[in-house]
Design a protein around this ligand. Structure first.
Ligand code: ZN
Ligand code: ZN
Length: 212
């Protein structure tokens, strides 16, 4: 049984997720911790909960989602996982950090590319990967079918969608990803987004103004 814990970090207010189960293993998705106190908060949570980090995952590689990659790697020696089509954004993240006045130390360890053929396994629990580009070229969503939730990065928000005006973004592709990959999921599926509060597939199908 998976437990999803979220943290909201950095001036960009990005949601970082720690997902764990009774084995004590956890995935860290999009560690956006930017300041020292945010890194400590994340580390203390992992420590006091007795967790063993097993996966470091990025839904996509915009700077707000990658700030803490290096910290997690240094602390727990995890290899970073993201979709191949995010490599360029990943490489450009430090430069955009400087541009936005948010410089940070980039992760320099190995990268494992993941895609829809990859299954992320934590004990008896598993995530499928949905390829959901549009906000960025290689955005992916982590879907847990058994427990009906999806960690969707910046694809779909409560009553909103990801922006598509950044390099590599495409509005039509984003709408198609939501309609063809997320909306076919059961209505009760909880969506944990990269920003703002969680929502459900059913609520967004009925109420999201961008998808009428
Ligand atoms: Zn983004
Ligand atoms: Zn974001």
């Amino acid at each position: 049984m998976l437990t999803v814990t979220s943290f909201t970090f950095s001036p960009v207010q990005e949601n970082t997720y720690v997902v764990y189960n009774e084995t004590g293993e956890c995935c860290i998705v999009d560690p956006g911790c930017y300041f020292g106190n945010e890194r400590n908060e994340l580390k203390e949570f992992i420590q006091t909960s007795g967790l063993t980090p097993k996966y470091l995952l990025n839904t996509h590689c915009h700077l707000d989602h990658v700030f803490g990659n290096k910290f997690i790697h240094d602390e727990y020696h995890l290899t970073l996982h993201f979709h191949m089509k995010e490599q360029l954004l990943f490489d450009n993240a430090p430069a955009s950090g400087l541009m936005f006045g948010l410089p940070f130390d980039q992760y320099k360890g190995p990268v494992t590319y993941i895609d829809e053929k990859t299954v992320i396994v934590l004990g008896n629990d598993r995530f499928e990967i949905l390829f959901t580009p549009g906000h960025s070229p290689g955005s992916i969503s982590f879907y847990c079918k058994e427990q009906q939730f999806v960690i969707a990065g910046d694809v779909l928000f409560k009553l909103g969608i990801g922006r598509t005006d950044l390099p590599g973004g495409n509005f039509e592709t984003l709408i198609e990803s939501i309609r063809e990959k997320l909306f076919p999921l059961p209505e009760d599926v909880i969506v944990y987004p990269g920003h703002g509060e969680s929502t459900t597939i059913g609520f967004e199908k009925r109420s999201n103004p961008f998808l009428e």
